[in-house]
Design a protein around this ligand. Structure first.
Ligand code: HEM
Length: 139
């Protein structure tokens, strides 16, 4: 995570700005609700299992550590390389943009500081782009 003038990339500041695990769980729930509802994300929704219980848990646990909080994904599932875990999927510009749309609208729906909303979305664009680059060969 990059550090900005609000100190969001420092220590657990981003984790706390996101409301800890409760706040992150809300964000992830809204993210997957958007994925279920938006026509733009129909294709990426179909890449996921029908039951999103485990997908929700994995993303929330990953974001906890990524935002400087407890490294729950590592504790429960081991190490993870985000581009690597997606490389079997057909993710191009449209799929990356659909993922980011679901995330942007989910972030907008949270009671976060405006500065944190902007920071978080800008930070998420970085791994989303790397995922697309890793998958681009198959599109
Ligand atoms: C670029 C667009 C992206 C698409 C279309 C996408 C799609 C997917 C799909 C289909 C899965 C498999 C779900 C399952 O089988 O349970 C998955 C897993 C996952 N994704 Fe993404 N993803 C994207 C970007 C990201 C980004 C940017 C992050 C992190 C910031 C992320 C975090 C994860 C995590 C933590 C998992 C679970 C990995 C595992 O343990 O199996 N994804 N994603």
């Amino acid at each position: 995570m990059q550090i900005n003038e609000h100190g969001y990339g420092v220590g657990a500041n981003s984790y706390h700005a996101a409301g800890g695990l409760t706040g992150i769980t809300c964000l992830v729930d809204d993210f997957f609700s958007n994925m279920d509802a938006f026509p733009e994300s129909e294709k990426i929704r179909k890449m996921h299992p029908q039951d999103l219980t485990e997908s929700r848990k994995k993303l929330a646990y990953f974001l906890s550590g990524w935002l400087g909080g407890p490294r729950l994904y590592a504790e429960h599932y081991g190490g993870i390389n985000i581009p690597e875990v997606h490389k079997h999927l057909a993710i191009g510009d449209a799929e990356r943009d659909a993922w980011l749309l679901c995330m942007q609208k989910a972030i907008d729906a949270q009671k976060y500081q405006g500065s944190f909303k902007e920071y978080l979305f800008a930070q998420l664009k970085i791994p989303a782009e790397r995922v697309k680059q890793t998958c681009a060969k198959k599109i």
